[in-house]
Design a protein. Structure first.
Length: 243
């Protein structure tokens, strides 16, 4: 596993140190290729459940997590979280902002954690991303999100090449661009591809993210500015589900 993947995970899950995963159970909602489940397992999590709906991503996740017998990978959507009071930590990185019903998915995550357990999400921020919302988002909605996935992947090489060149020229001074400068072209292209693909992509201001968490009954909510373009929010569940 490449070190930049750990760096990304540590930033996205910034309120939680590696030690806080040790001996704890987790739920990863929208696990993708399994990289974000890899690190909690690597840090010593006792149990993990990673869920997603995309069969190719799940196949990759199984390969990524094959050395961790305590982690299960299952085909389920973010709306199909059946567990109650089961996990110490439920997290979703880069998924909630793509959902038609984010509140429903978050409610399932809250239900799944034990009383005293924590729920963490990482989502796109509106701050510093207005140019994406105003310029690139309409192109994604009207064009890329309607094309076959294979064609979108092929086309992603062109904006990725432009971004790669711009980064090498020193364009972009926020923390996120500084992070991207250290990535391989392949990794950079995968990020661009992920931006081109979804039908829904919400960019939320801080107040909206905090309200999303508090509306689910979470307390001790912390919202942290990540890479000067996104938010990580974490909150604690107070009582057992159904009470």
């Amino acid at each position: 596993m490449r070190p930049e993947y750990e760096e990304q995970f540590r930033r996205w899950s910034i309120p939680l140190s590696p030690e806080e995963w040790k001996g704890r159970s987790f739920l990863d909602v929208g696990c993708g290729m399994g990289r974000n489940s890899y690190w909690p397992a690597f840090y010593g999590a006792s149990e993990g459940l990673a869920i997603d709906v995309d069969s190719r991503s799940l196949a990759s996740a199984c390969r990524t997590l094959e050395s961790f017998a305590q982690v299960r990978v299952e085909e389920r959507s973010a709306y199909e979280i059946n567990e109650a009071d089961r996990f110490d930590i439920a997290f979703s990185i880069g998924v909630i902002h793509h959902l038609e019903y984010p509140e429903q998915a978050l409610a399932g995550m809250v239900k799944a954690v034990k009383p005293g357990g924590r729920v963490l999400i990482w989502v796109y921020g509106l701050e510093n991303n207005q140019w994406i919302v105003n310029l690139l988002d309409p192109i994604r909605k009207l064009l890329f999100s309607r094309l076959p996935i294979g064609l979108v992947h092929h086309l992603s090489v062109y904006p990725a090449a432009l971004l790669w060149t711009a980064l090498r020229l020193g364009i972009g001074r926020i923390a996120y661009f500084e992070l991207l400068r250290g990535f391989t072209f392949r990794h950079l292209r995968s990020i661009v591809f992920d931006q081109m693909l979804p039908k829904i992509a919400n960019y939320w201001p801080r107040a909206t993210v905090e309200k999303l968490m508090r509306d689910q009954g979470l307390v001790d909510v912390q919202v942290t500015w990540v890479n000067q373009m996104s938010w990580t929010a974490i909150g604690t569940k107070t009582s057992a589900s159904g009470k």
